[in-house]
Unconditional design. Structure first.
Length: 309
């Protein structure tokens, strides 16, 4: 199939075939990062701008590394040192960046819908690197790739997503991604962190970590997003950790070959114990490695061909 998208705004918009194409492309590009010279000329002459209004280590670095591996020029706007602090609007900032003729703008923003707002206004492509509580599509794609590598398939798997679902764009993208690819998704967390709309997303909701991990092929732990909470959603961190923190003893309830995932950054000892995060079932660093491959695929599919509609 041909990939014809100008923008990548969410997993919600992608078909299973498009997801498959991105994963297959990532698979074929992954080998470049293992070479002694980690660079191919495919995107020579293309310019990628990254615009991060929220902090990031993995997403920003891996987009930049991905672009460089494909020989695109990358420019990062440091928002805290930009004219945004003088009050320039997001639209004005983006229009001014577009006037410098980039091929692709990658944006992370605290407001849900900010990438969609820009995509409607800009001629260049827009990629969502995380918008508020809404979506983080490239995280879900790298998570799918990591699971497909470990399990050889995506359909028919039991995937448990556990923790702060309410504040997690990673959860929303992953629920859409895994259900589209035929996995069975269970979400678990304190009742205050399981919003009612989850019932419409084709997932099973439970209120016990033990119940969620029983028989699971994949356990994905989520970071408690304390910075997004205007109030406490549970009595204390200690009680949260005792009830919803993943420890070694829980792994016996899952499948023998269970894999443990976390999008990072980790609150060590809160949502996941160090023994699990660093243990033999963990694929957390494989997720990061696959982030480069998936972002190379996204860049290639978006700006590697001719003009997009
Ligand atoms: N997973 C993720 O988005 O990490 P960063 O916030 O470090 O980019």
């Amino acid at each position: 199939m041909a990939y014809q998208r100008k923008d990548l705004l969410g997993i919600e918009d992608l078909s299973a075939e498009e997801i498959q194409l991105i994963l297959d492309t990532a698979d074929s590009l992954k080998e470049i990062s293992t070479r002694s010279i980690k660079k191919v000329p495919t995107l020579r002459g293309k310019t990628v701008v990254t615009l991060f209004y929220e902090p990031s280590t993995r997403t920003r670095m891996s987009f930049e590394i991905a672009a460089k591996r494909l020989s695109a020029d990358t420019v990062n706007l440091t928002v805290a040192a930009s004219s945004a602090v003088k009050g320039e609007t997001l639209a004005d900032t983006a229009h001014n960046l577009e006037a410098m003729q980039p091929d692709l703008l990658i944006i992370r923003h605290q407001a849900s819908g900010a990438p969609h707002f820009l995509a409607r206004r800009l001629r260049c492509g827009v990629v969502n690197a995380g918008d508020g509580l809404h979506e983080h599509p490239t995280q879900a794609l790298l998570d799918l790739l990591t699971v497909r590598e470990a399990k050889g398939r995506l359909s028919g798997l039991k995937v448990a997503i556990i923790g702060d679902i309410a504040h997690s764009r990673v959860a929303r993208s992953n629920i859409r991604a895994f259900t589209k690819m035929g996995s069975e998704v269970t979400v678990a967390g304190p009742a205050t962190m399981l919003p009612p709309y989850l019932a419409t997303m084709g997932v099973k909701m439970v209120y016990s970590l033990e119940e969620a991990v029983r028989g699971a092929d994949v356990i994905m732990m989520l970071r408690l997003q304390l910075e997004r909470m205007g109030q406490w959603f549970f009595p204390t961190l200690r009680e949260y950790s005792a009830t919803f923190g993943l420890a070694l003893r829980h792994l016996a309830l899952a499948k023998e070959d269970v894999i443990i995932m976390h999008p990072g950054p980790i609150n060590r000892g809160v949502e996941i114990s160090p023994e699990v995060a660093d243990g033999p079932y963990s694929v957390i660093l494989e997720q990061v490695t696959n982030g480069v491959a998936v972002r190379m695929a996204v860049l290639l599919l978006h700006i590697g061909g001719g003009e997009k509609s």
